[in-house]
Design a protein. Structure first.
Length: 145
């Protein structure tokens, strides 16, 4: 986990990622696209990597890992606090209430796919999702879910 980034540093890293992200390459084996570094964006990619935010790091997780993480993170907040930030209109924090409620109300279950290896019928999680870590960080910080 990364330490809290200062506002100015955060804005700089988000801008660097946005520039690197302008050109993307689809990785067929992973089923995901990642930013493609060009000569013009090499320095930005190097700065991102040095800050612990490399543009090309993928993380695979299983259904059970995703549900366990949701439960752990969702129970770290209480319902009253998450409802308060939702009501206050802090857009970046609005998913907190949904996460807390899901974490507390989601039944124990095996992955039950709809049809084929799609998503779980109970929780909507893919069986083995691949996440681009810096892309996820960028989307959360830039409010682009």
């Amino acid at each position: 986990m990364h330490s809290q980034e200062s506002g100015e540093r955060l804005v700089d890293l988000l801008a660097r990622y946005a520039r690197v992200n302008a050109d993307r390459t689809f990785l067929k084996g992973a089923g995901i696209s990642l930013p493609r570094v060009t000569d013009a964006t090499r320095h930005d990619a190097d700065v991102l990597a040095a800050s612990g935010r490399p543009h090309d790091v993928l993380r695979r997780t299983t259904h059970d890992e995703a549900v366990a993480t949701l439960r752990a993170l969702g129970t770290a907040w209480d319902v009253r606090d998450s409802a308060s930030v939702w009501v206050a209109g802090l857009w970046a924090w609005r998913p907190a209430l949904t996460g807390v409620l899901l974490a507390r109300g989601l039944p124990e279950h095996e992955s039950v796919p709809y049809r084929g290896p799609a998503v779980c019928r109970v929780c909507g999680t893919k069986p083995s999702p691949v996440l681009a870590q810096t892309e996820e960080w960028f989307r959360r910080r830039a409010d682009r879910r």
